[in-house]
Design a protein around this ligand. Structure first.
Ligand code: ADP
Ligand code: MG
Length: 693
């Protein structure tokens, strides 16, 4: 597992988790942002160096055509009744036609002393084949290598096109307004507090706040499904959204490089920098297997030739082993699949921050859901008001005034009902406690608005609610003045989405919430959650997640799904932190491992399925590629496979890998049903896990 997920791995010893403890250690702030801004690290392995080199290779139709001609010439040459020098020449033509660029690079590698360079090794193999009299084998090595490169380059080109289509999300230019004059500047030079004008049809260049004008923003390109919303002065302007109806002026809040649009693009482009454990393992194996195979090839060329005197046979068998030693395609096969999955998902508004994240999510059997805004709409409604010693209007007004600046959905509902916006009440020293509520100094009085836990912490006696819903209690100068009952609706499609996750492989579903037990239980029973934990502060949610992480099955992971409001710490401490509906919450996009931009719970099983498909395809590619290499090695060394067949078999494996990766890029969700994953029946007693409940 790569560095940035490493700290989330299961601790070796099972820690004792004390839920009553308020202070728990939250893992250090992650270094991802820093890592991402750094240039790709140079790796020692020569195979990796070679791998990066092949990535530079562009797909070219003329190269492919030339290789096709070389292949035809090779077939023709096989049937021509030639001999001697003429025969050599008839095979040399296709050899040179397909391999001239490799020969050139081989010279460069030899000159620079890169003895294990891919082109050098392959050229040596080709020349060995010619020396051994296997002219067809020599030409086939070059032709099939070139074809393999073309196929891989083609798959990479498709993937790059997918990423390229995302560039429209990040406009290069912006209309900067300075002293009432508009000038076009590079969007990357925009700074905080700059004002930009955005005309209809243009994309918002960076995150900011609308200060003038009213319009409708279309977020479809960013989030991958249709969504448009009205904006006016004070609304958030999210980069990547298209302004549709009228010009607006936006005050810049974030530089473009840190804006949501840049995070999406960066993740699609750089996911390969965070390698999966499979890739790391393959690279480790290759780093000793490749030189070992080269040495074995030379030993096979020398020792049996001397002992048996049949140097032609052993030289051509050694050439087969040299071609097998080029293991870069095994790494490439996995990388291509994960890259394709990340690009495919990014185009649908699902941002995977690395190959390791895709791999970890594919192994997630326990999914922990935050309630508000994740499985519920996050749009509270006021159901009832129970004032005590004050009028209903006074209770709502004081609560609304205290909540004016809070982003919490409960606050929004109370503010909307209170009329506090229109008043000129003086609100000072506002302090919000996540999972509890807010306190503020209003017209010289200390007002607390929050749940029962907040009242208990303040030592204020409160009335127990008599109707269903979540009670938000209000106190003024430590005097209880009543409570407001709020309720939130289940998200549209939540039931189907959770069921789809179960079909796809989720074994244990857990609901954690800061809300009261009654609301939590109601939601949990509708959605059939296995475990529920209510009335938790964000830190206690972290404890719960860590407890489940230490008690999970080996080889499985845990994912936490939140909405990015008051749960960023939990997103950080879960193995896979998934932020849902976070297109307008740059912080959540930044701290999560998977950012699902659309506020659509159906995207969750999609993300899970993309990860599973990618992991399955990567595994299949490794097995196919590895098996073909081993077969060619054994049968080639034994003389069963001739050089042309050995070269062809390896090309066929590469073509299969590329096809597998391209399938991910072109996957049509609606055409296929989710795979029902076979799993062993484990954790049968989850519901009676008393230590958790
Ligand atoms: P969830 O865990 O369901 O996502 P939160 O952690 O956001 O919910 O909030 C948990 C509880 O904390 C809420 O149900 C509410 O009782 C209380 N709370 C949090 N923020 C506020 C606020 N701004 N005003 C009033 N109550 C709040
Ligand atoms: Mg929440």
């Amino acid at each position: 597992m790569s560095k940035h997920l490493a700290h989330k791995e299961k601790p070796k010893k099972k820690p004792v988790v004390d839920y009553s403890a308020r202070e728990i250690k939250i893992p250090e702030k992650r270094q991802r942002a820093k890592a991402k801004s750094q240039a790709p690290k140079q790796e020692d392995s020569f195979q990796t160096a070679m791998l990066n080199k092949t990535l530079d290779r562009k797909f070219s139709v003329s190269d492919l055509a030339l290789t096709g001609i070389a292949l035809i010439l090779l077939v023709v040459a096989c049937f021509l009744p030639t001999s001697g020098l003429v025969r050599l020449l008839t095979f040399l033509v296709p050899f040179l036609l397909a391999g001239y660029s490799y020969l050139f690079e081989a010279f460069q590698e030899a000159f620079m002393g890169i003895v294990l360079g891919r082109e050098l090794i392959v050229t040596v193999a080709g020349l060995m084949a010619f020396c051994a009299g296997s002219y067809a084998g020599g030409a086939a090595i070059m032709i099939f290598l070139k074809l393999s490169d073309s196929v891989l380059a083609y798959a990479e080109m498709l993937q790059a096109e997918k990423v390229g289509s995302l560039y429209t999300l990040r406009p290069e230019r912006a209309n900067l307004v300075k002293e009432n004059r508009v000038s076009v500047v590079k969007a990357e030079t925009l700074e905080k507090d700059d004002v930009v004008e955005i005309y209809p049809g243009e994309t918002i260049p960076t995150d900011g706040v609308v200060i003038d004008g009213t319009s409708v923003l279309d977020a479809s390109a960013l989030i991958g499904s249709s969504l448009s919303f009205p904006v006016a002065a004070g609304s958030k302007a999210i980069s990547g959204c298209v302004n549709t109806t009228a010009p607006i002026r936006v005050r810049v809040e974030t530089e473009q490089k840190n804006a949501v649009c840049s995070t999406v693009l960066r993740s699609a482009e750089n996911s390969w920098m965070h390698k999966s454990s499979q890739e790391r393992l393959i690279q480790k194996v290759i780093s000793f297997a490749a030189p070992a195979l080269v040495i074995a090839a030379f030993l096979l060329a020398i020792i049996p030739s001397i002992t048996t005197g049949d140097w032609r046979t052993w030289l051509s068998r050694a050439a087969v082993i040299l071609t097998v030693s080029q293991l870069y395609s095994v790494v490439q096969s996995v990388k291509l699949v994960y890259d394709s999955a990340a690009a495919y998902a990014a185009a649908r508004g699902i941002v995977f921050k690395g190959h390791d994240v895709l791999e970890a999510l594919s192994r997630a059997e326990t999914l922990v859901f935050d309630k508000t805004g994740t499985v519920t709409e996050g749009r509270y409604q006021i159901k009832d008001v129970f004032p005590k010693g004050v009028s209903e209007g006074q209770l709502l007004f004081l609560a609304g005034a205290a909540e004016l600046n809070s982003q919490h959905p409960i606050a929004k509902a109370i503010v909307a009902a209170s009329g506090a916006y229109a008043s000129d009440v003086q609100v000072l020293d506002v302090e919000e406690t996540p999972g509890r509520g807010v306190c503020a100094f209003i017209d010289g009085r200390n007002v607390y608005v929050g749940n029962a836990a907040m009242m208990e912490e303040r030592g204020i006696e409160y009335d127990l609610p008599t109707v269903p819903g979540s009670a938000i209690h209000v106190s003024v100068d430590n005097r209880y003045i009543g409570h407001i009952i709020v309720d939130d609706a289940l998200r549209d499609g939540a039931f189907d989405a959770i069921e789809e996750l179960r079909i796809s492989g989720m074994k244990t579903s857990v609901l954690v919430t800061g809300d009261v037990h009654s609301s939590a239980r109601k939601i949990a029973s509708v959605l059939n959650f296995d475990l529920v934990k209510a009335e938790l502060s964000p830190k206690e949610k972290c404890s719960a997640v860590e407890y489940l992480m230490t008690n999970r099955n080996v080889n499985t992971t845990l994912a936490f799904v939140g909405d990015g409001i008051c749960d960023t710490e939990v997103l950080k401490c879960a193995t896979v932190g998934i932020a849902m509906g976070c297109y307008d919450k740059p912080e959540a996009v930044d701290v999560s491992d998977v950012a699902i931009l659309a506020p659509d719970i159906h995207m969750l099983p999609k993300a899970y399925q993309v990860a599973e498909r990618a992991a399955a395809a990567a595994f299949l590619n490794t097995i196919v590629c590895g098996a073909v290499k081993i077969m060619v090695l054994i049968f080639g060394a034994a003389g069963v496979f001739g050089l042309p067949f050995a070269a062809f078999a390896q090309f066929a494996a590469v073509a299969f890998e590329a096809f597998n990766a391209m399938r991910i890029l072109r996957y049509e969700e609606n055409r296929q049903k989710p795979r029902v994953k076979w799993r062993k029946e484990r954790w049968k007693n989850e519901r009676s896990d008393e230590s958790f409940i």
